[in-house]
Design a protein around this ligand. Structure first.
Ligand code: GLC
Length: 638
């Protein structure tokens, strides 16, 4: 660092005087922090003071860093792939629905350990407005835990327990908006001009209307439009999501400082991974859809640098549910390479797995995966089948066209199929935010979408078996794709839709609550009995967890590529890393499917005894072909 720069930041640097590691990180990441902020805020008169405030926050946080967390900082600096190892398995749950409180979660760690979990994402747990609060995504205090769930001390103790048990903890940071009841918004309504500038508000409809011309709507059904008139404020407020979620104005450098402080507070209690909620929406630009703007990536790089300097043990996970071409950018590409998020949800894989289950054809999945840019070095995917949100059919015209499909018609088909209205559909889901075009996003638990609810209702043993196999095959692809696979709470027991979801008036207009059932601990007690759906799914998932261990090809830094299997219903996915390879063959058919042994030879892999272990069924060879049972998956090592 140049002496004059050092001199200018002397006030911050003296706070951590003697902390050599901090000084080195400060110098190493200074440019990565400063340059994007300068690019975004350089001309803003508020920037010089905000910058000083930011450095104070960073230095204070580093100075106060707990010794145990400092040791972790050091450990992860020398093992930067700690989150990407092939042994990693994630789990996501609502604190209240899983175990009541944070203390309750501590008592359930044995269950997670039994499943083989190494990473736990707890859904929003900071203090929130009363219901409706979008499942906690309407925060009123970034420095406090929601009282019904516990305290910051409980969170610290849980993080320590998890660390001792070899599990990391992921918590949401809701960066795009606060609750209307957040003290900043309250102050804004009382006439505090500085706090008013934390939000994007407008005196009249002129600007909102101009923006609306190109803005999509996230909740068109329940929260139409992107702006809400607040009578108390007497202004229009930018509200991308619900009317009570006020969008922060990231064009204000003070907002950046405030949210950086919020991140460091979570880092200080021992949170390992920050889930950056709704990341694509942080920057607004007239004439665009106000998503994925270049400034979003500048801001994410700067946030990343803040955390790398003050709490390098902490990683970033992007929640960017966007089209395939925009998704990889969140892992840091071009001038942001290596400087953005460590993980991003592979929503494209998720969507196409469901598309494949419905169509029984793997071409669209294979084509879309093949046309995605590679993951930049040092980052990896978070692979998943279900989460707390709806499934939005992110299928582009181009990808659908390439396999002879019409994207709109296919999305309509998927909507009808998973709503259960398409003739012959096995699914029991429900539309979310239906559009006049006949398309809708879909709600429902994985098990209900895969056919288990219907099969059990009809007491059809064959269909029950097929539904569970469907569920396992999509999980198998998520586990064998490479990256960090995530189990959504209840899927390990094949939990069906919550029949009582609409009884809560605060949830009744949001079908996503049907797939957020309370944990069924009675069902969990049946997990040892493989004759029950719970036991079948639990055992199947446990096999997938075991299968990842000892398969270095699945390390998150590797490369996955779909390969031709000669059968339109069988997915071939080749994974390579550090000279290791693995070919996954996965059938998406209710019929037996032969695959020529030649396919294995072409990719120099074998179907040894280990290859069938994850599925559990024996392998049948018929002449020159390997015959896959319905939904069988085989993991062939090279
Ligand atoms: C994210 C969350 C979703 C929430 C939205 C607004 O997409 O996953 O549940 O509604 O952000 O916070």
């Amino acid at each position: 660092m140049r002496p004059e720069v050092r001199a200018r930041h002397a006030h911050a640097l003296t706070r951590i005087h003697g902390d050599d590691a901090f000084l080195r990180r400060f110098e190493r990441f200074f440019t990565e922090l400063h340059d994007p902020l300068h690019a975004v805020y350089g001309d803003d008169p508020r920037f010089p003071a905000a910058w000083d405030a930011l450095l104070d926050v960073v230095a204070a946080s580093a100075a106060a860093r707990d010794p145990e967390l400092r040791a972790l900082d050091h450990e992860r600096e020398i093992t930067p792939d700690w989150l990407h190892r092939e042994q990693a398995v994630g789990y996501v749950a609502y604190v209240d629905r899983f175990a009541g409180t944070l203390q309750g979660v501590r008592e359930r760690l044995g269950y997670l350990r039994e499943l083989g979990v190494t990473y736990l994402h707890l859904m929003p747990l900071l203090r929130t407005r009363p219901e409706p609060n979008d499942g906690g995504y309407a925060v009123t205090d970034y420095g406090a835990v929601e009282p019904a769930l516990g305290t910051m001390d409980d969170l610290r103790e849980l993080a320590a327990d998890l660390r001792a048990a070899g599990m990391s903890l992921c918590v949401d940071v809701v960066l795009n908006h606060t609750a209307r009841e957040h003290p900043w918004a309250v102050a804004a309504r009382r006439g505090d001009a500085r706090r008013l500038a934390f939000y994007r508000t407008f005196a009249d409809r002129t600007e909102p209307e101009a923006y609306e011309r190109t803005l999509p709507e996230v909740f068109p059904d329940t929260a139409p439009g992107n702006f809400t008139f607040d009578p108390e404020l007497g202004r229009w407020v930018w509200t991308t999501f619900n009317t009570y979620q006020w969008d922060l104005d990231h064009a204000n450098p003070e907002v950046f400082v405030a949210m950086a402080a919020a991140m460091l507070e979570l880092a200080a209690v021992g949170v390992d991974v920050l889930r950056l909620d709704a990341a694509p929406f942080l920057w607004k630009r007239a004439g665009t859809d106000c998503q994925n703007q270049p400034e979003v990536h500048d801001l994410l790089q700067a946030y990343r640098a803040v955390v790398r300097i003050a709490a390098p043990a902490v990683a970033f996970k992007a929640e960017a549910i966007v089209a395939p071409r925009d998704l990889v950018a969140y892992l840091g590409v071009g001038r942001h390479e290596g400087m953005e998020c460590d993980l991003a949800y592979h929503n494209v894989l998720m969507v196409l797995l469901w598309s494949t289950l419905a169509s029984r054809r793997v071409a669209l999945l294979a084509r879309t995966l093949a046309s995605m840019p590679p993951v930049p070095a040092g980052a990896g995917w978070l692979t998943y089948v279900r989460c707390h949100d709806d499934i939005g059919w992110a299928i582009t015209d181009e990808d659908a066209g390439a396999v002879g499909e019409d994207a709109h018609l296919h999305r309509r088909f998927l909507t009808e199929f998973y709503s259960g209205v398409f003739p012959g559909s096995f699914a029991r889901g429900a539309p979310f935010q239906p559009e006049p075009s006949g398309e809708a996003r879909i709600s429902g638990t994985a098990a209900s979408l895969a056919g288990l609810e219907l099969a059990l209702e009809e007491a059809d043993a064959l269909e029950t078996d097929l539904a569970l196999r469907r569920l396992l095959v999509v999980y198998a692809v998520a586990f064998a794709f490479g990256g960090l696979p995530l189990v959504y709470m209840g899927d390990e027991l094949a939990l069906r839709n919550d029949p009582a979801w609409a009884e809560d008036p605060a949830h009744a207009d949001d079908t996503r609550w049907m797939h957020r059932p309370p944990m069924d601990w009675e069902a969990a007690a049946r997990r040892a009995d493989e004759r029950t759906p719970e036991g079948f799914m639990w055992t199947g998932l446990r096999r997938l967890v075991d299968a990842r261990r000892g398969r270095p090809a699945l390390h998150g830094y590797g490369v996955s590529r779909p390969v031709e299997t000669g059968d339109p219903h069988v997915l071939g996915l080749l994974r390579e890393h550090a000279g290791r390879r693995m070919l996954l063959l996965a059938s998406f058919s209710e019929q037996r499917r032969p695959v020529a042994l030649q396919v294995l030879a072409e990719h120099a892999v074998e179907a040894g005894p280990r290859a069938v272990q994850p599925d559990g069924r024996p392998l049948r060879i018929d002449g020159e072909a390997l015959v896959l049972e319905p939904f069988q998956h085989v993991w062939c090592d090279g």
